[in-house]
Design a protein around this ligand. Structure first.
Ligand SMILES: *[C@@H]1O[C@H](CO)[C@@H](O)[C@H](O)[C@H]1NC(C)=O
Ligand SMILES: *[C@@H]1O[C@H](CO)[C@@H](O)[C@H](O)[C@H]1NC(C)=O
Ligand SMILES: *[C@@H]1O[C@H](CO)[C@@H](O)[C@H](O)[C@H]1NC(C)=O
Ligand SMILES: *[C@@H]1O[C@H](CO)[C@@H](O)[C@H](O)[C@H]1NC(C)=O
Ligand SMILES: *[C@@H]1O[C@H](CO)[C@@H](O)[C@H](O)[C@H]1NC(C)=O
Ligand SMILES: [Ca+2]
Length: 613
């Protein structure tokens, strides 16, 4: 065999190997890009029907996707991110209720495995770009100890959009402040860019330099459109002229400009996937983490209408948020199935061919979403707060109960005045046709059909079917909750408690059982040793991994204290309903229609009680 021949043979072998590698990638798991925005409300995207704030890039992607119309997140940041990363209800880990302070020694317990760790096992390279907010007191709580190869962004709750400083105000009035922007372990003292741009450019760079022989998990968690530091003004990009002059309220106008910038970011990220040639091999998820804080603490002038409530409330406005998922083979549609943020972990693992871990609360919805099937989920524990006041919300089928003491929360409807325009908004469909997202899709041969778009947009707009209205909105009391059919009554304006006692009883007893399984949080403990002044004004882990304290979420046993403080012993005589199996398990393990049949059954027997049905 001469030298030339063996070179040729080598060349053939190399060519075969490289074909095998690229074939493996083509058949291998798809890339996953998960974009989470912060505190964006239901009515702050235009695909839900409003022309006020145009989000053409987000919408253009949504119209190619499965829009998740009954998607529940958590009421606030830390629980939402915990549920996403663990696939569990945050209350199982003591991560429910009020979000973490930067100076709190608490985080997702280290024995929990997180989504990026599962993906890493499947060969993914894993990047977090943006906000973390599930533990920063010790190195072991940080993203790179939890399965991310790389983290660029913030470890705490929110920062100033220009200086990347987080000002934390303690209940006693003490203020701590310092930088919270890192590239892996290195504080970014010299970052000059606007926060949305800095995160977007990092995400685009990661896509650009990604070695396609490995699947990519890119988790982008924008800080926007969350307010900057408390008491500060909203922070749209400095260099942009104030646009959206059609919006009457000037704070809403500033908010719209931040949202528009986030929208362009989504267009750029997907544009980068198209440029790289990997768009059609990528699953893309877009979701907000909780409803907008229209009023009160850290308000951003976002709007959740027609839903009731706002961020950090158990009402739909706090927990039902914009969300959708795209994959190249999906038939675009609006999906009416019940879904919870904890479903992402099993759903994405199912989508990429991974094993679904046991002992989680999330369920794999991949097949249902892709094939327009029924939801794999019949119930959602929407929220539990066991702080100074205890409250909770739970949905089974179409029915939702809210119980506990909601005094001090925002229980009304907010932002109607913010939705007022003084001029005609810019033309929606021309913005949609010309945005970067639409161009990115055209580059892979996918074109928007405006008739389909109009139809999808109508489907994604909330309709209030139930026309009955309470004279005064129901507020839960110690002996009564509020009960709604949220499919027919998404505004939570027709309380059925007392009209459908059997359903109220069933949902309450199931909620009681879930509540009893919570890991109680200890009292809030803020640690002065965390003060960034001790670390050159940078927020830094101040504890070693081997420090264990008996506070926070370390109580080993479930504690029923919360639910026992709520007296729900309303008057309901247990009645038999013939042969029908109406044990709690039987009723909650179904989609809403069984509730309708239970109702009809009850209607037959207790006509007077259920005159409304
Ligand atoms: C991509 O990764 C593969 C496998 O690790 C390696 O052989 C190849 O050189 C890498 N390509 C680039 C451009 O770095
Ligand atoms: C509910 O909470 C408020 C504020 O903490 C308190 O004043 C009130 O007594 C509580 N109501 C009940 C019925 O427990
Ligand atoms: C924790 O680790 C540090 C350094 O690794 C060591 O100096 C210290 O003694 C340890 N503390 C405990 C309580 O184990
Ligand atoms: C709960 O409410 C019922 C009915 O109003 C009352 O009889 C009972 O004493 C209450 N229990 C507690 C612990 O407050
Ligand atoms: C009622 O439903 C439960 C839960 O699905 C089941 O375990 C039980 O066997 C059923 N009972 C009857 C009488 O069908
Ligand atoms: Ca949030």
């Amino acid at each position: 065999m001469n030298v030339f021949m063996s070179w040729k043979q080598w060349w053939i072998i190399l060519a075969m190997i490289s074909t095998m590698i690229s074939a493996y990638r083509q058949g291998g798991p798809p890339n996953v890009v998960f974009i989470m925005v912060d505190d964006m409300g239901w009515n702050d995207v235009s695909f839900h029907g409003s022309d006020q704030i145009l989000t053409p890039n987000i919408d253009s992607l949504a119209y190619q996707s499965v829009i998740l119309q009954h998607y529940y997140s958590e009421a606030i940041c830390t629980p939402a991110r915990t549920a996403l990363l663990t696939g569990k209800y945050p209350m199982r880990l003591g991560m429910h209720g009020q979000p973490l302070f930067n100076s709190e020694d608490r985080g997702i317990p280290v024995k929990e495995r997180l989504l990026p760790a599962y993906l890493k096992d499947l060969g993914y390279t894993t990047h977090l770009v943006g906000k973390w907010h599930v533990g920063m007191s010790k190195p072991e709580y940080l993203p790179m100890s939890r399965g991310y190869d790389h983290h660029y962004g913030m470890r705490g709750g929110f920062v100033d959009y220009y200086t990347y400083n987080k000002v934390e105000t303690w209940p006693n009035g003490r203020r701590l402040f310092g930088l919270d922007l890192y590239d892996d372990a290195t504080p970014q003292e010299c970052e000059q860019r606007y926060i949305v741009d800095a995160l977007t450019e990092k995400a685009v760079k990661i896509i650009h330099y990604h070695n396609s022989s490995q699947p990519l998990f890119l988790h982008v968690t924008h800080n926007a459109p969350h307010a900057g530091n408390n008491g500060g003004a909203l922070q749209p990009p400095l260099y942009s002229a104030v646009k959206n002059s059609h919006i009457a309220n000037s704070n809403r106008r500033l908010y719209a400009e931040i949202v528009a910038h986030v929208d362009r970011s989504v267009g750029k990220i997907v544009g980068a996937l198209a440029d790289k040639g990997i768009l059609d091999d990528t699953i893309i998820v877009f979701a907000s983490d909780n409803g907008a804080p229209t009023v009160g603490d850290l308000r951003n002038w976002g709007v959740n209408l027609p839903f009731r409530g706002k961020k950090y409330t158990p009402w739909e406005g706090g927990v039902r948020v914009p969300a959708f998922i795209w994959q190249s083979s999906v038939t675009p549609r609006v999906w009416q199935g019940l879904m919870h943020i904890s479903d992402w972990l099993p759903t994405l693992l199912g989508a990429v061919g991974g094993d679904i871990p046991s002992g989680i609360d999330g369920v794999n919805q991949w097949e249902s979403i892709m094939q327009d099937g029924k939801s794999k989920r019949s119930e959602v524990l929407i929220a539990i707060e066991d702080g100074s006041n205890s409250w909770a919300a739970y949905r089974a089928g179409d029915y939702k109960i809210v119980v506990g003491n909601v005094t001090g929360l925002s229980n009304g409807y907010y932002g109607a005045e913010l939705m007022v325009n003084k001029k005609t908004p810019p033309e929606y469909y021309s913005a949609l046709r010309t945005c970067e997202m639409t161009r990115a899709f055209e580059s892979i041969g996918v074109y928007l059909d405006l008739d389909d778009v109009r139809q999808t947009r109508r489907m994604a707009t909330i309709k209030q079917e139930d026309t009955a209205r309470d004279a005064t909105s129901c507020i839960p009391s110690p002996t009564r909750g509020c009960l709604y059919n949220v499919r027919r009554d998404p505004m939570e304006s027709n309380n059925l408690w007392g009209k459908a006692n059997k359903i109220a009883t069933l949902l309450t007893s199931r909620l009681r059982a879930l509540w009893a399984s919570q890991l109680r949080r200890g009292p809030l403990r803020l640690d002065a040793a965390s003060d960034p002044a001790n670390f050159n004004y940078v927020w830094t882990p101040w504890l070693a991994n081997n420090i264990t304290r008996s506070n926070s979420n370390s109580r080993p046993k479930p504690d029923k204290q919360g639910i026992e403080n709520i007296n729900l012993s309303f008057n309901f005589n247990q009645q038999t309903t013939g042969n029908r199996n109406t044990t709690v398990a039987a009723v909650v393990n179904c989609e809403g229609d069984l509730f309708e049949s239970v109702l009809k059954d009850l209607l037959f027997q207790y006509l007077g009680l259920l005159s409304l049905f």
